[in-house]
Structures are given as structure tokens and as C-alpha cells.
Design a protein around this ligand. Structure first.
Ligand SMILES: C[S@@+](CC[C@H](N)C(=O)[O-])C[C@H]1O[C@@H](n2cnc3c(N)ncnc32)[C@H](O)[C@@H]1O
Length: 455
């Protein structure tokens, strides 16, 4: 690792030592159902839908590596990973690992905790993981492709991986704000500076309809929380990598892209992206004109098979109380699905659990009559139901088909002249003066804030 790389890792480490992520209170009850798609058996099910058995379904004690675990994911995953699975959590931040460990103290799984830098070639990794999760981590590395290569080489043939990488195009406004804060000399490690940043953003939201539109969804989840606020607007490292480059890198290394999780229903004019991976071109076009603004949540598999137990083991056995829990809220938060009746919701939930458990169950063809076709399509796009849950070919085909012929491009309100607002100007001038910044820097700050308003 060269010095620039090390320096990047050190800055990232400092950030996550000061601000563990996502830093939910240790005592807050979590809806672990919502993590239904984050685990090794969900990824293995995606492979099974293609007629292949993943090592997570074949081995008695598969290893699951959480690469860049943060302080919550190992705990949440432990509700989904069968007890026989070993969970290896690696994170560069000792504080994240300490918190994740404390949270998981009463969970039954075998956990292995490690504070370490994924970019350090000497970092010991678990041997032959059957599944790797690296959610929101790769774009914070100095050399993501080298780390991906190492993870790939370490994984079992046929092993699965879930990654989330930023949608770089959709985040261009955030990068302009980050740059404006950096120009002003604001630091993530100074409370006053964070307050200044927050004040500027609030004023921008009041003034600029386009920024207001972008910031509204962040109000509760990010603005009220320093760790997530820093993660968004003060990150020590955010590599700017487009989707084509990511997909080419995965393929070059030897991964096959299995599915893309379309959380915000932005790809309805494409075939079901969770089952048929969209082309790089189709994603790039949609990111460019902002039809697709979510980050890329991608399921991969390492090419190849292991010969052991090719028919698979019975995989998971969820405790009975799992079936009494409400199904994931997310499933029924879409316009197409929110009218599904409560008994049907539970039926779908129990079907989902049975499917991941590898149980042979009655097909859902009969229930499908009571569910709107678009609702079935939506549920399939978010992995609540799978083609293998149906017998009729037309139902299986329905799950693959696009929902809409085309998706409209979002519109953004026109930018406004921010410099004309005396309150904002005065606020920024005062901060700049206290930081000893020049007039020229002030102009650059306003240029960045103007740019942040553009689509
Ligand atoms: C945005 S957080 C995501 C955490 C977790 N994956 C989640 O989804 O909640 C990024 C995580 O990657 C970790 N990280 C960043 N660079 C790393 C590195 N070089 N080695 C190991 N962990 C790293 C950070 O400490 C942080 O916990």
C-alpha cells in the first residue's frame, strides 16, 4: 500500500473512530425483519432461482464475512444467518467493532471480531467465506479493485456477495456541498463547524427549491444525527466511480452480477433487475438523467461451483417467534402493495421464510389471484417472492416483465442566485472570516453551492 493509500485509510479510520456508523443507540429496538435481503441465505436463494446451489446452502458451518461491518450489521445479520453460520466482522474502526460486539453479546452465533484495514494485504481474512457483505464500504477505500480481488480470491467458488456502492452521478450535489465546506475550512471534528455546516444547509433548503427537494428525505435520518451527517457531508474519502467502471471491475475480477435491488422502484421499465441484471449502459443512462438516484445494491457470485453436497443441506430454521413478527414494513410501503390484506401479508411472510428454509411448500398460484399483477411484480423485484414460488408459467413470466413501458425523468426546480440572499452571504462571510479564508475562496464556495443546485 503506497503512502497516499495509507493516508486515505488513516483519515477514514479517524472519522469512524470519532463517529461510529450508523451509531443507533445500543438500547433502541431494531426491526430486524427489514434486513431480510442482507444475508447469505437470501443471496443463495437468488442463485437457486437460477438452478445453482450456493455454498451457504451446501456447507454445515459456512463463514460469512462482513467486510466493513460498522456497528450494527453483524447484530442485525445474526437474526437471519442460521446459528451454524460463523460471522466474521472486520472494520477499520475499533469503536465500531466494540459497539457491534457489545450489541451482539447475547446472540447465539459464533462471532469473530477483527479491527483491521481491508487494504492491508497482511490482514488475515477468514478462509473460504461462503458469503461476503460489503455494504457502503468499497467507495471509501483507496484501491477498491485490489480489495475486491483479494476478497474474490479468498471466497469459495460459487460464493455470494452483496455490495452497495454509491451512485456517483446522483451524489454530485453532495460532493459540491462537501467541497464548499472543505473550502471554508470546516472540520468534521469540530462541533462548531458541524453546526455551521448544518446552518448553511438549512438556509440553503429554505432558499433553493431544488436543494430543498434533495434534502427533505434527509431531515430526520441524517440532519439530526452527527455520525450520519459527517458520513454524508464531511466524508474523509468518497471515490468517484461510475457504474460502468464498477461492473467492469466485478467482471474482470471474476464475479458474475446476479441481481440489483431496486429499492425505490426506479427501474420499472426494465425486466426485473433482481433476477436479470440490467446492462451497464441502461444503468448509466438512467443515472445520468437521474431516473435512477438510489445507490447500487448488487448481488454477485464468484464463478464456479463446489462439488460438496451438490443438492444442498436444509439451510436455515428460523425460530417460530419469527413467524409471529410483522412482515417487513418495506414490502407494503409501495403504492402497488399497500392494499394487500393483512392475512395475505402474513401468508407471504411465512412463504418467504419457508422458501429460505428450503422447505417444499405449496405454490402461491392460488393466492396470486387475490393480488394485483403489479403488486406481484413489485414484491418480486424486492425479493419478497420468487419465481420458484409459482407453478404457472404466465405467473413466472409476469415476475420478470417490466412494470411500465417507460419511466419519466425527474424534474428539478431552477437554481436561484444564492449570493443575493444577504442572510446566507453574511453567514458564510462570517465563517470564512473566522477561518481566515480569502475573498477568492468565498467566490469558489458560492460557485460550489450554485453547482449543487443543478440536476
Ligand atoms: C458507511 S459505513 C457502512 C457500515 C456497514 N457496512 C453498514 O452497512 O452499516 C462504512 C464502514 O466501512 C469501514 N471501513 C472503511 N474503510 C475501511 C477499511 N479500509 N478497512 C476496513 N473497514 C473500513 C468503516 O469503518 C465503516 O464502518
Amino acid at each position: 500500500m503506497d503512502n497516499t493509500g495509507l493516508e486515505i485509510n488513516n483519515r477514514v479510520k479517524l472519522q469512524y473512530e470519532a463517529y461510529p456508523y450508523p451509531d443507533y443507540s445500543l438500547f433502541i429496538p431494531l426491526r430486524t425483519q427489514e434486513a431480510y435481503a442482507s444475508n447469505s441465505i437470501f443471496s443463495a436463494q437468488l442463485l437457486k432461482e437460477r438452478g445453482r446451489i450456493a455454498p451457504a446452502f451446501q456447507l454445515k458451518n459456512p463463514r460469512v464475512l462482513v467486510a466493513g461491518s460498522g456497528d450494527i450489521l453483524p447484530f442485525v445479520l445474526s437474526f437471519w444467518e442460521p446459528r451454524s453460520h460463523h460471522i466474521y466482522a472486520v472494520d477499520i474502526s475499533a469503536k465500531n467493532i466494540r459497539r457491534a460486539r457489545m450489541r451482539s453479546i447475547f446472540r447465539p452465533q459464533a462471532f469473530h471480531w477483527q479491527v483491521g484495514n481491508l487494504e492491508d494485504q497482511a490482514l488475515p481474512l477468514p478462509e473460504s467465506p461462503a458469503h461476503v457483505d460489503s455494504y457502503g464500504v468499497l467507495h471509501h477505500l483507496a484501491n477498491p479493485s485490489q480489495v475486491l480481488q483479494r476478497l474474490h480470491d479468498q471466497m469459495m467458488p460459487g460464493a455470494t456477495m452483496r455490495v452497495m456502492v454509491y451512485n456517483s452521478e446522483a451524489r454530485s450535489w453532495i460532493r459540491h456541498i462537501q467541497k464548499a465546506f472543505a473550502l471554508l475550512g470546516l472540520s468534521a471534528f469540530d462541533r462548531n463547524d458541524l453546526d455551521h455546516g448544518l446552518k448553511i444547509l438549512k438556509r440553503l433548503g429554505e432558499l433553493s427549491p431544488s436543494l430543498q427537494q434533495r434534502m427533505t428525505p434527509m431531515r430526520t435520518s441524517i440532519f439530526n444525527h452527527s455520525a450520519r451527517f459527517v458520513d454524508t457531508f464531511f466524508h474523509a474519502r468518497e471515490a468517484r466511480i461510475g457504474i460502468t467502471h464498477w461492473l467492469e471491475t466485478f467482471a474482470r475480477i471474476g464475479f458474475e452480477s446476479l441481481g440489483l435491488f431496486d429499492r425505490y422502484a426506479e427501474l420499472d421499465d426494465l425486466k426485473n433487475p433482481l433476477l436479470i441484471f440490467p446492462t451497464a449502459k441502461s444503468l448509466e443512462l438512467r443515472a445520468k438523467d437521474r431516473r435512477f438516484e438510489n445507490n447500487y445494491e448488487i448481488y454477485l457470485t464468484k464463478k464456479g461451483n463446489i462439488s460438496e453436497n451438490p443438492r444442498g443441506h436444509p439451510s436455515a430454521r428460523f425460530p417460530n417467534r419469527f413467524r409471529l413478527k410483522m412482515p417487513p414494513k418495506a414490502w407494503f410501503s409501495y403504492t402497488e402493495t399497500n392494499s394487500v390484506s393483512i392475512p395475505l401479508r402474513f401468508k407471504l411472510w411465512h412463504n418467504f421464510l419457508g422458501t429460505l428454509e428450503g422447505k417444499i411448500q405449496r405454490s402461491l398460484d392460488r393466492e396470486a389471484i387475490a393480488i394485483k399483477p403489479e403488486a406481484l411484480q413489485r414484491l418480486s423485484r424486492i425479493g419478497a417472492i420468487f419465481p420458484s414460488n409459482f407453478e404457472a408459467k404466465d405467473l413466472k413470466d409476469l415476475l420478470i416483465r417490466p412494470i411500465h413501458q417507460m419511466m419519466d425523468q425527474p424534474t428539478f426546480p431552477d437554481p436561484i442566485d444564492l449570493k443575493k440572499d444577504l442572510e446566507l452571504k453574511h453567514m458564510i462571510e462570517l465563517i470564512a472570516r473566522s477561518k481566515g479564508q480569502s475573498e477568492e475562496i468565498l467566490n469558489q464556495v458560492f460557485r460550489r453551492l450554485d453547482a449543487a443546485q443543478k440536476p
